[in-house]
Unconditional design. Structure first.
Length: 63
């Protein structure tokens, strides 16, 4: 059996989709990823491609 680890599944959400009314399509871009909560205790921010904004934007970790 595997030990209970420090890796957790997180959801990354586009920050531009919430505030930009002139985006290409309606909706919010979300990605799932994993992080080690011992190495990265704070919230993650990664630049990823948003299909709704049609550009690379900052995606922040949500609850």
């Amino acid at each position: 059996m595997a030990k209970p680890g420090a890796r957790i599944i997180i959801t990354l959400e586009c920050t531009e989709c919430r505030t930009n009314p002139t985006k290409r399509t309606s909706g919010v871009s979300r990605y799932t990823s994993q992080k080690n909560k011992r190495n990265t205790p704070g919230r993650m921010e990664i630049k990823k491609f948003c299909r709704h904004c049609n550009q690379h934007t900052v995606h922040k970790e949500t609850k």
